[in-house]
Ligand binder design. Sequence first.
Ligand SMILES: NC(=O)c1ccc[n+]([C@@H]2O[C@H](COP(=O)([O-])OP(=O)(O)OC[C@H]3O[C@@H](n4cnc5c(N)ncnc54)[C@H](OP(=O)(O)O)[C@@H]3O)[C@@H](O)[C@H]2O)c1
Length: 213
Amino acid sequence: MATRIHNFSLSLDGFAAGDPQSFETPFGHAGQRLHAWMMATRVWDPEHGTSGVDEAFAQQYWRGIGAEIMGAHKFGPPGWQDDPDWRGWWGEEPPFHTPVFVLTHHAREPLEMGDTTFHFLTATPAEALRIASEAAGGQDVRIGGGATVARDFISAGLVDHVHLVQVPIVLGRGTQLWEGLEGFEEAYDVETTASPSGVTHLVFTRKSPLVTS
Ligand SMILES: NC(=O)c1ccc[n+]([C@@H]2O[C@H](COP(=O)([O-])OP(=O)(O)OC[C@H]3O[C@@H](n4cnc5c(N)ncnc54)[C@H](OP(=O)(O)O)[C@@H]3O)[C@@H](O)[C@H]2O)c1
């Protein structure tokens, strides 16, 4: 079992979302710019989308994944915890198709939608990973972000594979990934692929596999 991050898009100055996040602007002033590379591929637009480097990377998001862990601010805009009817951004058929564990200090009952079930829990990264690993049935666990949760799991040494997508824009403000992760790259082998779309894919693979009990 491995723990993986995929399709995690960052501006040149290291922001994974702009500011402020709201129901109308889930990525703040970044709009769709951080994910335009992915939305242009067949993964997002099967009929008219592109194939090639970006599509090949984007597809890895689903391969061999048995569960996801995400942060409360990926699941909804600020204040969603006060709305008992909030069911996430993704409509009645969320694109995860696995159990999803939403880390939040405002836990609620599980929410089953299509073949995705959202579970809400307050737990340390290590505890959450143990629970998600059990649910993943021998497959890998994806850390879905946002930046706060990705940073916490990387910082705890719990992530084996990190696929970042550097988007050539400068946001200037928003939610940063890198704070506190000085020297992060030392634990990983790094491969870089430039795409004709203008983004750069960076893949960090842990040098020695985690030993888990
Ligand atoms: N660039 C990308 O590829 C990408 C990927 C995913 C998401 N995003 C975007 O990133 C933004 C969200 O990122 P973010 O960094 O602001 O927030 P986040 O990582 O989604 O969520 C952070 C929040 O989750 C809860 N939480 C985190 N760890 C917890 C724990 N151990 N136990 C209990 N609760 C815990 C806390 O919320 P509470 O205390 O309020 O419960 C915390 O404030 C959104 O705009 C999203 O769309 C971008």
